[in-house]
Design a protein around this ligand. Structure first.
Ligand code: CS2
Length: 482
């Protein structure tokens, strides 16, 4: 079958130059920012997509002239859309010089990132982990940078030394205060350089680079061979870079740019002065609930998020987290109906067509929980309240780590940058108190305050005891939420 390309599928708009460099050319970027950018002005802003981990994405996209299909799966609808906003595709590990040239290019006005929470290599403090060997390698210089922050700062350094043109750095990852967080990581990197090198760079960045915060939202399950086969059947060409997504998408961006940008608002993005309320709402009501569903659902033997949310006991836990714990912890943006937002989120999760796997959402829990559940827990404890359902979600993660199997005895994958440390910390899965104490003692996840909160520890132990009994086969079926 003919491969997707501009020749095979004429008419897809093509940008004449690259205005955006994106680090982290994964499925989410292609289903989200790349679509918004094309909708903001077909052919107006070309993206140089940079993959960091392997050349696979390059091999999928370069032969296709950067074209890819978004396979949009609604409950009762399927839509294929070929997107053409990717103008260049490069593998940072093989083409560091080209990456540096693009980041320094004065025609590049925006540098965006989706490198996942773990990609920023942060310490327990949330600042740059200066003990990380790869961060230290990038600080030493002399070789091509290999970390996201290292590549970004070295690119800004090249920009400072050449055009000096202002640029906006747009973090599009699910981090609390993502714009300021990335700005601080860049500052940490500069401060760790030799003074003569780092100080003038930090000064230039302060005057020429902006780091607006964003909230990004679209559910993008992993692509399967069946998805690729469906696109081939529908389009009559083969596409190795298909991404699957729900119809819903949302992008809220702080309007704080150093230079011009695509008119994303014409594509439905919301430009605001303060993204924090939108970001907190999304992280706690959507992502926190997603993680609770993933862990309770996986332990109960549910393969997908839709299966988990169809389980009445787990749905009750999800609604409890949303309405009893998370909504009271939020400053809901004016004009936004939190109840309707919660219901819409659960409706999106219930879409069976997405087949979004619980184990996919369960990945990287050590990086996700602090933003998704622990902020809610800290705020509710500070208000003198008991975050019962948020604690249930944390306990489900603890049992997922400690037991490593569902209630049918089937193994559950622990895909997490701290996997080895977490397993060691959890210890003997038959000892609920030991599991809780051991995992609470991992500061990158729980800091130093939560382990000292005795009422929380007791609540976590209660939940963990019940859930461990479930996966050891000592509990009645389906009763995973209470
Ligand atoms: C999910 C997110 O995999 C996960 O952790 O919670 O990718 C989620 O689908 C997106 O944030 C939705 O916008």
């Amino acid at each position: 079958m003919t491969r997707l390309s501009r020749a095979a599928l004429p008419g897809v708009p093509a940008a004449s130059r690259t205005g955006i460099v994106h680090l982290g050319l994964g499925a989410f970027h292609r289903a989200h920012q790349a679509v918004y950018t094309e909708d903001a002005g077909p052919g107006e802003w070309g993206i140089c997509g940079v993959t960091q981990r392997s050349a696979t994405v390059v091999d999928q996209l370069r032969p296709q002239d950067g074209l890819f299909t978004v396979l949009e799966r609604g409950r009762d609808s399927v839509r294929c859309r070929v997107v053409g906003s990717l103008r260049e595709v490069l593998f940072a590990g093989a083409e560091p010089g080209l990456l540096s040239a693009r980041l320094a290019d004065e025609h590049v006005r925006v540098i965006s990132l989706t490198v996942t929470e773990k990609g920023y290599r942060r310490a327990a403090s949330g600042r740059l982990d200066l003990a990380d060997p790869l961060v230290r390698q990038d600080l030493a210089g002399g070789t091509a940078p290999v970390t996201a922050v290292g590549r970004l700062v070295r690119g800004l350094q090249a920009r400072c030394a050449s055009s000096g043109a202002p640029v906006t750095v747009l973090c599009c990852d699910n981090l609390t205060g993502n714009g300021a967080a990335l700005r601080d990581l860049v500052a940490d990197f500069c401060a760790a350089l030799p003074t003569a090198e780092g100080d003038p760079l930090a000064t230039w960045i302060a005057g020429h680079v902006r780091f607006p915060g964003t909230m990004v939202d679209r559910i993008v399950p992993a692509t399967t061979d069946a998805d690729r086969a469906e696109v081939a059947a529908r389009l009559g060409v083969s596409d190795e870079a298909v991404v699957v997504a729900e119809p819903f998408r949302q992008w809220v961006i702080e309007d704080d740019f150093a230079a011009d940008r695509p008119a994303w608002e014409t594509a439905g993005a919301l430009l605001v002065t303060d993204v924090a309320p939108y970001e907190a709402m999304k992280l706690r009501l959507l992502n926190g609930t997603h993680s609770l569903l993933a862990y309770l659902g996986a332990l109960a033997g549910h393969a997908t998020i839709a299966d988990a949310v169809a389980d009445p006991e787990i749905a009750r836990a999800a609604e409890g987290l949303q309405h009893r714990d998370a909504v009271p912890s939020l400053a809901v943006p004016s004009g936004v109906d939190a109840g309707a937002y919660c219901a819409e989120v659960l409706g999106r999760f219930a879409n069976p067509a997405l087949r979004h796997r619980t184990t996919q959402v369960a990945m990287d829990g050590s990086q996700k929980l602090p933003h998704r559940l622990l902020g809610t827990i800290r705020d509710r404890l500070a208000a003198g309240e008991t975050p019962y359902w948020a604690a249930r979600g944390v306990a489900a993660w603890m049992v997922y780590v400690a037991a490593g199997r569902d209630r049918f005895g089937r193994p559950l994958p622990l895909d997490d940058p701290l996997a080895g440390r977490l397993r060691a910390a959890a210890g003997d899965a038959r000892n609920a108190a030991g599991v809780v104490r051991g995992l609470l003692a991992v500061p990158e996840v729980f800091g130093t305050d939560l382990p000292e909160h005795h009422a929380l520890c007791a609540l976590l132990e209660e939940h963990t005891e019940e859930l461990l009994a479930l996966v050891s086969g000592k509990r009645c079926e389906n009763d995973v939420s209470h």
